[in-house]
Design a protein around this ligand. Structure first.
Ligand SMILES: NC(=O)c1ccc[n+]([C@@H]2O[C@H](COP(=O)([O-])OP(=O)(O)OC[C@H]3O[C@@H](n4cnc5c(N)ncnc54)[C@H](O)[C@@H]3O)[C@@H](O)[C@H]2O)c1
Ligand SMILES: [Zn+2]
Length: 407
């Protein structure tokens, strides 16, 4: 039996934020990040709309990028004190993900972070509150997904919480919120979305319901991401939809080892100043993982289908030529978006540089542990080809040094 779960309502397009006026309830807690939503007026508007709907509103702010377990616990305490029947998370993936985890703890105060991390092990929610997510970045699609990514900084590891219980009840995908994104955020979140679509399409859990969403997302992102990065606001609006389509696909079809590696490298070198931003990590690793996965015949054929839809080589080309074309296309996108090709060249502000943050000896000393952690990541199981520890170490070498994958 398959299951395909999405929010009950997805409000999209210009002025979608106004949907908040129609909500029914008594108390809403708005969860928000460090200031961009306040600065650009979206927080005040969200609050006013909810008040117009007759609700008492409280704000929990200051949720940091890549939110910590501690922030989740603090937010849950605030919810337990205020007792909202709506949780409205507004911002990028970070505040929305943090709010999802707070929601679990609010509904089940005894639930520990370890309990939350048991895949598809979350007890029934919605006994206290419903959840609305309003996305301001165009990448994670957490407004429609069954996932929340929380970082345990004591271990330097990102943990995915995964359960359809945390798929929001309502998603609001209003392109106006994405207009204020700085260029770099457009690039990173956009390549995150591209990775979601490609990984979902070749995932072992792909299905007839997720495939069209993944394919259409890839086509839209290839056409709209670079123009959006260069300031075209109609392309920016389409990207906001495209990333959501990719999210609907991967929330149900799951992901693969690009994400396993991104989760386990993201904070692994934080002590060297190298916080490897999620979308940048995906952008660097995706071409390598495609080369690795293409050794699996089913995955290779699926990459071929994607390439046919993208129209980047003649349909009569061989599958090997199509895979190569896809890899080259994605690498060219990284160049157009000023994203490096490997960790060694990942420098200040995530831009390409000769001497990146992560020294070779530090990388080599940590490689084995990262490989083991990546294999254990929740995204590994649905990857079309299962790597051994040695293969994962070799893949990590490829993404550290920008080597070709020949295994
Ligand atoms: N839950 C999922 O399904 C899922 C999927 C992929 C990634 N993630 C997680 O999401 C997090 C990354 O989220 P993100 O990439 O959306 O970024 P983010 O939420 O971490 O935000 C990054 C920065 O951008 C700012 N910002 C956000 N929106 C803005 C706007 N419209 N204008 C100007 N500034 C804005 C924020 O204030 C913040 O400083 C990571 O923790 C990642 O692991 C979750
Ligand atoms: Zn992602």
């Amino acid at each position: 039996m398959g299951r395909f779960t999405l929010p009950r309502d997805i409000y999209h397009g210009k002025n979608a934020l106004e949907a908040l006026k129609t909500f029914k309830g008594k108390k809403a807690m708005i969860c928000v990040g460090g200031g961009s939503m306040k600065k650009f007026g979206f927080l005040d508007r969200a609050q006013a709309y909810l008040e117009e709907a007759g609700m008492e509103v409280k704000i929990f702010d200051g949720i940091e990028p890549d939110p910590s377990v501690e922030t989740v616990m603090k937010g849950a305490e605030a919810m337990l004190a205020f007792e909202p029947d709506w949780i409205v998370a507004i911002g990028g993936g970070s505040p929305i993900d943090a709010a999802k985890a707070m929601w679990i703890k609010y509904e089940y105060p005894q639930c520990t972070f370890e309990d939350m991390c048991k895949i598809f092990g979350i007890p029934t929610l919605r006994k206290k509150a419903h959840f609305c997510a309003v996305s301001s970045t165009s990448g994670t699609a957490t407004e429609v997904t069954a996932f929340s990514i929380i970082t345990d900084y004591s271990k330097g590891i990102k943990y995915p919480i995964a359960d359809f219980e945390i798929t929001p009840d309502v998603a609001i995908v209003d392109p106006e919120l994405a207009e204020t994104m700085p260029k770099k955020l457009v690039a990173h979140t956009g390549m995150d979305a591209m990775t979601h679509a490609v990984e979902a399409y070749v995932s072992t859990a792909n299905c007839n319901y997720s495939d069209p969403l993944a394919i259409h997302a890839v086509e839209m992102i290839m056409n709209d991401l670079v123009p959006s990065y260069n300031g075209d606001m109609s392309a920016r609006a389409r990207m906001h939809d495209a990333q959501c389509l990719a999210g609907m696909a991967f929330s149900n079809a799951l992901l693969g080892i690009v994400h396993s590696m991104a989760h386990k490298t993201g904070a692994a070198f934080a002590d060297y100043g190298a916080h490897i931003i999620h979308g940048a990590a995906n952008a660097m690793y995706l071409p390598k993982v495609i080369a690795f996965n293409a050794k699996d015949e089913t995955a290779k054929a699926r990459y071929g289908v994607l390439v046919d839809y993208m129209g980047i080589v003649d349909k009569s080309a061989s599958l090997d030529e199509k895979v190569e074309a896809l890899i080259n296309y994605l690498r060219k996108m990284n160049d157009d978006l000023n994203i490096p090709h490997c960790i060694k060249n990942y420098g200040a502000d995530s831009y390409p540089t000769e001497n990146g943050f992560v020294p070779e000896e530090v990388y080599l000393a940590r490689r084995h542990d990262i490989a083991v952690n990546a294999l254990g990541d929740a995204c590994t199981g649905s990857n079309p080809r299962q790597p051994s520890v040695e293969e994962m170490e070799k893949l990590l070498d490829c993404v550290y040094y920008d080597l070709d994958v020949d295994f």
